[in-house]
Design a protein around this ligand. Structure first.
Ligand SMILES: [Zn+2]
Length: 137
């Protein structure tokens, strides 16, 4: 049964529950944003993409290249990476600021919380802040 529990620790879930604890309100897998980001802050126009280190080829210690069929995996990872960059560029072109959170970053929740707070700013936007965000677009 230990395998079933694993889904509770998926990186997206960690990021969402952390954001929730910090007091942020957000939408998940918002349609109409390129790449359908895992988490989207509509008023802030910030999209968070949570990337698994293996599939998105982070190149960190938790993303070791498989020992067999190296060529197959290299092509696969290259395609994934290109897709990530393309979707991110499309989201940015549509006025979204993209934050990429890597799976390995979700292991240190305190550090991740600090980073998210710094990147996102106050949990509640005042009217003035909202106008400032609009102006920044
Ligand atoms: Zn990583």
């Amino acid at each position: 049964m230990a395998r079933i529990k694993r889904s509770d620790t998926r990186p997206e879930k960690i990021v969402r529950s952390l954001l929730h604890k910090l007091g942020y309100r957000f939408r998940i897998q918002l349609k109409g944003v390129p790449g359908r980001p895992d988490v989207a802050f509509v008023k802030r126009r910030v999209a968070i993409m949570v990337h698994g280190c293996f599939w998105h080829a982070h190149g960190c210690p938790s993303a070791n290249l498989p020992k067999t069929r190296a060529e197959f995996w290299e092509a696969k990872f290259k395609a994934n990476k290109e897709r990530d960059l393309r979707l991110q560029a499309a989201a940015e072109a549509a006025g979204w600021r993209c934050l990429v959170i890597w799976e390995c970053e979700t292991k240190d929740k305190a550090a991740l919380a600090t980073r998210l707070s710094a990147d996102l700013g106050p949990t509640r936007l005042s009217r003035v802040d909202r106008d400032a965000f609009k102006g920044a677009r």
